[in-house]
Design a protein around this ligand. Structure first.
Ligand SMILES: [Zn+2]
Length: 221
C-alpha cells in the first residue's frame, strides 16, 4: 500500500489515452486509471472514494497536465520506453492468465460440490415424486389440490422420431414444399462495398481504424 504522508513525492509515469490517464507507480509497478469525463478527472481508488475525488493519482495527472503544454500532442517516447511498455503488457497478460487459472480451480471445486449435493437431493426428491404419482393413479385422480400445492396427471402426446426420412417422404400426405428462401449474400455485399466505396440502400458502412496488435517474444505458458 502507498503511504499517505507525502503523496506528491511518489514518482509515477503517466500514460495518456482518449479516455483518460493511467498513473503507474514506478516503484511498485501498480497502476490506477484516472478517467477524464468532460474535463473532470475521476479516480476509482479507495482514497478518491472517501475524499471526494482528491487522491494522489488525480494530483499526479494535474501535475502532469500543468507541466505539459496544451498544444503538445502525445509526448514522444523512446524505443526503450516502448519496449518497457510491451514488457508491462506481458506482465499484465501473465497475471490475467494466473487469475483465470486460479478462478477456474475454485469454480471447478464449487461445481463439483454443487453437483454432488444436487444429485443427493434429486434422489430424495424422486422418492417423494414416485410416491405421489402412484397415489394419484391409485386414487384415479387427474388433479388434486392440497394445502402445499396441486398434483396433476396429464395424458401426453406421443413423441415421434423420424428414423428414415426418405421412407416418410414417399407418402405425399406427409410432404410439404418449402419455398426457396431469399437471403443476403454478405460476401458479395462486402466485396462490392469495399471495391466501390458505395453505401447500398438499407446498409450502413462504418469505417474502422487500422487494427493494432502485439505479439510478445516470450510466449506465456
Ligand atoms: Zn486515485
Amino acid at each position: 500500500m502507498e503511504t499517505m504522508e507525502m503523496p506528491t513525492e511518489i514518482a509515477s509515469t503517466i500514460i495518456e489515452s482518449e479516455n483518460g490517464f493511467l498513473v503507474c507507480d514506478d516503484k511498485s509497478g501498480s497502476a490506477e486509471e484516472v478517467l477524464q469525463i468532460d474535463s473532470v478527472l475521476q479516480c476509482q481508488c479507495f482514497i478518491a472514494q472517501v475524499s471526494s475525488g482528491d487522491c494522489e493519482h488525480v494530483r499526479a495527472v494535474l501535475d502532469y497536465l500543468s507541466a505539459t503544454p496544451a498544444s503538445a500532442d502525445y509526448p514522444v517516447m523512446s524505443q526503450a520506453e516502448a519496449d518497457s511498455y510491451l514488457s508491462r503488457i506481458a506482465e499484465l497478460d501473465n497475471t490475467v492468465v494466473a487469475n483465470e487459472d486460479s478462478a477456474e480451480q475454485q469454480i471447478d471445486r464449487i461445481r463439483l460440490w454443487l453437483e454432488m449435493e444436487s444429485v443427493k437431493l434429486d434422489k430424495q426428491r424422486a422418492y417423494y415424486l414416485f410416491a405421489l404419482e402412484s397415489w394419484m393413479h391409485q386414487q384415479d385422480l387427474s388433479t388434486k389440490t392440497l394445502v402445499n400445492g396441486i398434483l396433476k396427471v396429464r395424458a401426453q402426446q406421443p413423441e415421434i422420431t423420424i428414423k428414415d426420412e426418405d421412407a416418410v417422404l414417399k407418402d405425399d400426405r406427409f410432404v410439404r414444399i418449402v419455398p426457396e428462401k431469399r437471403a443476403i449474400d454478405k460476401a458479395a455485399l462486402r466485396k462490392y462495398v469495399v471495391s466501390t466505396g458505395e453505401e447500398i440502400e438499407g446498409t450502413e458502412v462504418i469505417l474502422r481504424r487500422p487494427k493494432f496488435t502485439y505479439k510478445l517474444s516470450q510466449a506465456s505458458s
